[in-house]
Ligand binder design. Structure first.
Ligand SMILES: [Fe+2]
Ligand SMILES: [Fe+2]
Length: 166
């Protein structure tokens, strides 16, 4: 893991996770602003945004489920951490189902979509905070986990096209 290219891969991967979590927090502010001015919001623009939120969240969850969590499991961490990851994966499925529900029901009013989005954001914030509190410190202090994340990502790179968020 001493090669410079390995180092840059690790940096980008972890930066992606942190950036997504930061984006979730700004998304809540964005939705709160929409909520105050629903009249000014075009439904087409909102629907397009929902598709973007869906794609970004899907990619983030996929990265955690297919790369980060298996790396943490393979590093041999204690059972309590493994149990919490199982809970996180279940939450990923629930949140994605709620997002799919918004996208698959375009006939819903702007008010209904925003209310749903707000509900999803509360779940996302709680989920992200728990990951930050329980998993990030483990990743920070454990070189084996970071090495396994980099290795696993490289092996699955083809299924992560468009992964790095701007
Ligand atoms: Fe997650
Ligand atoms: Fe996350």
């Amino acid at each position: 893991m001493g090669k410079p290219e390995d180092k840059s891969i690790k940096y980008d991967l972890l930066a992606h996770v942190v950036r997504y979590h930061e984006n979730v927090k700004s998304l809540v502010d964005e939705i709160n602003r929409y909520f105050k001015d629903i009249e000014a919001l075009s439904k087409d623009a909102l629907t397009a945004k929902c598709v973007t939120y869906y794609d970004e969240t899907n990619m983030h969850f996929k990265f955690e489920d297919a790369v980060v969590f298996p790396a943490i499991r393979a590093s041999g961490l204690r059972p309590s951490i493994k149990a919490v990851m199982a809970k996180f994966s279940i939450e990923h499925t629930k949140i994605m189902d709620s997002m799919k529900n918004i996208i698959n029901n375009p006939e819903n009013s702007v008010q209904v979509i925003i209310t749903e989005l707000k509900h999803i954001c509360f779940q996302l914030i709680a989920h992200a905070k728990e990951e930050e509190d329980l998993l990030f410190p483990e990743i920070e202090k454990n070189n084996t986990i970071r090495f396994l994340i980099g290795k696993s990502f490289v092996a699955q790179r083809d299924s992560f096209r468009g992964f790095i968020m701007k």
